[in-house]
Design a protein around this ligand. Structure first.
Ligand SMILES: [Ca+2]
Length: 261
């Protein structure tokens, strides 16, 4: 059985454009079957304007941001908007693993290149070895990412959103001594990127990975990174993994993609 965890249940269930040409290639090579040239300073940019950078130790380029509402909608798959305000540059939510895979298949066909979700190991390589995505300290430094911070206190929108859940359990909380100024999802890239030039690996939305959870093979897919509604210290750790069925959708779950092989 999957352990009970605090998560908001869902209310519902080639033209390639190389805008930059790097002088050196890191993390991949050009040529047949290879990756397009890219560096942190000169990412590979696709026709949707998505930027991809190398992740050392892997054979992928990772999108620097989570997939946005606008990028998700470009596939014509429809978008089930959450009951809070989102701009087109916010991360897409209510996206199941199956949805994310279908979106990657659409993008791969459109671009003539292999797009997919990161593996759990690739995601780990991207976030690095620090205790938390922002480093080692607790509480997190203000505005290091989008979690459940002090901005929730006094927010009428937050109170309205959480009302039914609070009435049932009453244990919702916020991170003491931390604030990020976004109650719900934030525009992707609102907070500082990591050393590889990748944004929001911690917070904003949970990100689907390709893998089955090792303890629930054939049943649950891995999620990494935490979301705007997370406040438990353990769930914000870089090494933490959540997992849900491939069809599960939630207001705090989205994805980012990689260029792979
Ligand atoms: Ca927040």
């Amino acid at each position: 059985m999957k352990p009970t965890i605090p998560i908001l249940l869902s209310l519902t269930a080639t033209a390639l454009l190389l805008s930059h040409c790097a002088t050196t290639t890191v993390g991949g090579g050009s040529g047949s079957g290879g990756l397009p040239p890219a560096t942190k300073e000169s990412p590979f940019v696709n026709s949707l304007g998505m930027k991809f950078v190398p992740v050392p130790g892997t054979k992928i380029l990772m999108c620097t941001t989570e997939t946005t509402v606008a990028q998700y909608q470009a596939a014509g798959m429809g978008y089930e908007a959450p009951p809070f305000s989102q701009g087109s540059d916010h991360p897409a939510v209510n996206v199941s693993w199956n949805d994310a895979k279908a979106w990657c298949a659409w993008l791969s066909k459109k671009e003539g290149r292999k797009y997919r979700l990161p593996t759990d190991a690739e995601w780990s390589a991207a976030v690095g070895s620090s205790t938390y995505p922002w480093g080692y300290s607790w509480p997190p430094p203000n505005n290091c990412g989008n979690y459940m911070g002090q901005e929730h206190k006094g927010s009428a929108a937050a109170v309205a959103y959480f009302k039914s859940f609070l009435n049932q359990s009453g244990f919702w909380s916020v991170i003491g001594g931390f604030r990020d100024n976004h109650v719900f999802t934030a525009p992707v890239g609102s907070y500082p990127g990591n050393g590889l030039g990748i944004y929001d690996l911690g917070g904003n939305v949970w990100e689907w990975c390709e893998d089955w959870h090792p303890d629930h093979r054939g049943e649950y897919r891995v999620l990494r990174g935490g979301s705007w509604y997370d406040f438990y210290r353990v769930r914000l750790a870089s090494s933490y993994r959540d997992d849900f069925t491939p069809g599960f959708r939630d207001h705090g779950i989205g994805f980012r993609c990689v260029v792979g092989r």
